[in-house]
Design a protein around this ligand. Sequence first.
Ligand code: UDP
Length: 314
Amino acid sequence: MKRVLVLGGAGFIGSHFCDFLLDKGHSVVAMDNLITGDLNNIKHLIAEDKPFSFVEHDITEHIEIEGDVDYILNLASPASPVDYLEHPIATLKVGSMGTHNSLGLARKKGAVVLLASTSEIYGDPIVHPQREDYWGNVNSIGPRSVYDEAKRYAEAITMAYNRYHGVKTRIVRIFNTYGTNMRLKDGRAIPNFMCQAINGEDITVYGDGSQTRSLCYVSDLVEGIYRLLISDEIMPVNIGNPNEITILELAERVIKETGSKSKIIYKDLPVDDPKQRCPDITMAKNILNWEPKIGLEEGLKSTTKYFMEKLGKN
Ligand code: UDP
């Protein structure tokens, strides 16, 4: 049994990790400042008699935790473009100061620390699909830079702590992920399309919908990140589903899956919205023996069920 600190433990991915780690027999401390996290995602764990505790704390402030810690998962950050545009300074601070604090804690405790980085570090990529050795195409002063550059700094300081302090670090670059525990109004494509389709509202496709994304179901992602955590790999590893589709096609798939009569309308494409995104997962396959198992059809089914319940439609 290991003791794991999950930063961002009440968020979309963090809360899934809490469930996953407890199922594996580990003990978990979840930490979150709840700016985009939601206690509803973990309230069943607080109520049950499990080796689980929750601490409300903003990790841009010094992190204090009693006792041993074996692993630190740094999943704390607003991650949807709408959220990080609404909280630009908090996003920069959690990626920089928050990551610094997580590394300092790992150094003090002798813990392994995993940074959740992102496909956003590739910016609007010119190389396609994106391999880990691609340095990216990021606008350092654009509206998305608050997230992209914070995560690029986070990768840099994580590597520095590994090289100069010998801290055991891991870096995962997470591509678009979806599933249960997403916030209804987090502004990303899947929550927007699901809510709009289920409520019979117009589906808002930004631009002409020809931009692509590759969507990974959250349980696949969690398994991949866990394998990276317990591996010895220092270099960044992409975790995502290489099944690439256009956003217009995604909107159509959501309409079909929800049985909706909604129609698609087109809105302006946000500034610096990447035109294409698809992970090369050769490294994850070779090093972690990992690849995603849940296809879009199956993933959209359980996601539809979740959004229907959340919207009180069943
Ligand atoms: N998008 C869209 N309509 C929406 C929300 C998002 O067309 O209501 C598009 C967005 O412009 C982007 C893609 O869907 O091209 C994925 O956006 P998301 O916010 O999910 O994440 P991103 O991959 O941009 O970080």
